[in-house]
Design a protein around this ligand. Structure first.
Ligand SMILES: [Zn+2]
Length: 264
């Protein structure tokens, strides 16, 4: 599932690819992904609109289209690819935005991904009310308040009502770098550990954005992420810091990974 670093990397590539362009037509190949409108009304609303900006809230992309915002959520997976010449849709294509200069943005290989067209100025986030980890207003105090006093630290980091944009993958990478085991209870963190977690969350996400996210993800130009994951999906492989075998398992039904030597 693309998380904050991947969606932010995608956003940056899309600003370069399509900001300022006018949508000439829209081809809805798989209407099931469009949740707010019928394909006809969806197309009618956005045809002729200019992409004023591409923003991000949590894990969702917002195409700012004048009166409307087109909100795209990858959910499990998806590829959004820029083409300088609009391609013909194939069986992987879900939706195609064709611009007046002949270029196109293609949404393909979507897995439960959604499109919502909402009125500009509608304050709904569609993705929880959690704080954005990388904005200046997310101070250590704001982070500590958002986490709360009860629950398992990994779950709290992934809770979109608390913190926006972090999912199972980046929660594990952050906790590895903070030397904290995923199953720890939040009220067991020492003040020093909580500060380290805050700092590490921001550092890890920033570096991950700069690297384009995890290696399976691709931005609008087809560039793959270059961040080398330390523990996620790496059960049985040596920890990149100490060489101990990374341990894998399940934490309430979801995959979990940690280094038994580096994390406490
Ligand atoms: Zn280690």
């Amino acid at each position: 599932m693309p998380e904050l670093p991947e969606v932010e990397a995608a956003r940056r590539s899309m600003v370069r690819a399509v900001a300022g362009k006018t949508i000439e037509r829209c081809v809805v190949v798989r209407p099931v992904a469009v949740r707010s409108h019928t394909p006809q009304r969806f197309s009618r609303a956005i045809n002729g609109a200019t992409v004023e900006d591409v923003a991000r809230h949590g894990k969702a992309l917002w195409f700012v289209l004048g009166r409307w915002a087109l909100v795209f959520h990858y959910k499990l997976w998806g590829v959004v690819r820029f083409h300088s010449q609009a391609p013909l849709p194939d069986k992987g294509t879900s939706l195609l935005l064709v611009f007046s200069d002949g270029s196109a943005l293609e949404f393909r290989n979507l897995q439960l991904s959604t499109f919502h067209l909402i009125k500009a100025g509608d304050r709904r986030t569609l993705d929880g009310e959690g704080i954005e980890p990388l904005v200046p207003t997310t101070t250590f105090e704001a982070f500590r308040r958002a986490l709360g006093m009860r629950g398992v630290i990994k779950d709290l980091l992934c809770d979109q009502e608390r913190i926006a944009g972090i999912g199972n993958l980046w929660a594990h990478e952050i906790l590895f770098r903070a030397h904290i085991r995923p199953e720890r209870k939040v009220d067991s963190l020492t003040p020093a550990e909580a500060r380290t977690l805050y700092r590490t969350m921001r550092e890890t996400l920033r570096r991950a954005v700069e690297a384009g996210g995890e290696p399976d993800f691709q931005d609008a130009f087809g560039r793959a992420g270059r961040y080398r994951l330390a523990v996620y999906g790496a059960a049985g492989r040596p920890c990149p810091v100490c060489g101990t075998k990374v341990r894998g398992g399940r934490l309430r039904g979801r995959p979990t990974f940690f280094c038994p030597s580096c994390q406490h």
